[in-house]
Design a protein around this ligand. Sequence first.
Ligand code: SF4
Length: 267
Amino acid sequence: MDNLNRKRIYIALLLLTVLFFTVILLGIRYIQKLDNPELTYRIFGTFSFVLLAAIVIFLVAIGILVLSLLQSKDYTAANKMIRRVIDFLFPITLFLGKLIGIEADKIKGSYVNVCNQVIKTKDFSLKPEEILILTPHCLQHAECPHKITIDVNNCKKCGLCPVGDLLSIKEDRGVELIIATGGTLARKFIKEKRPKAIIAVACERDLTSGMQDVKKIPVIGVLNQRPEGPCYNTLVDLEKVEEALEFFLERTCEIDDSQRDGATDSI
Ligand code: SF4
């Protein structure tokens, strides 16, 4: 499934969720018309007003999100609202998606894609050391004896697993690389390293929960591959890691060039 379809799944589910709330709202209005004692009317009246306001906010956020994705444009002022709406509706989209037969992993993967795309509408100008590549322990080959979670430099780059290549990326580009054994450790490393951007490699489940946890730092999620099943000798598409890295760094060059041009023009 291509990236576009993956994003479409989540956008469609967001709209389905809004439709779901609208049906509830219409149901409440119908009950109000059938039976209208004072108290019931007041309770339902307040509830339906709140629901209507929520539906309007959801629709505005989804509208700006779609516009932002179509135009690859950053609507900075609305970003917080978009992210809050996406995260708030996530459990409901997941529930409704499963109800109509979409696999949880597909929905989560689509959520990751949408969040990535929102991040990609922004401009970044980061130094390599401000970027953290955060990967799960299951990337390490199961029979490797080296303690790479304590220090990734312990990897001998034997070629048996992707850790060696990730270490080469770290050395060549000067970024931070952490192999974490779980979410708690990952959060600890983030607090210690205080990165300005994260490239997180994980499965759909860990990426969605991680991306929802880390709200203040831009995260690009890269889904891992599990040819031998979950949490065992997993793989990662290194091109996608490089792409994400280029994205955070690339703009630096563009901005530097334009700034340099601007400076030259003004001389
Ligand atoms: S590449 Fe590094 S981590 Fe992977 S098996 Fe070889 S030594 Fe171990």
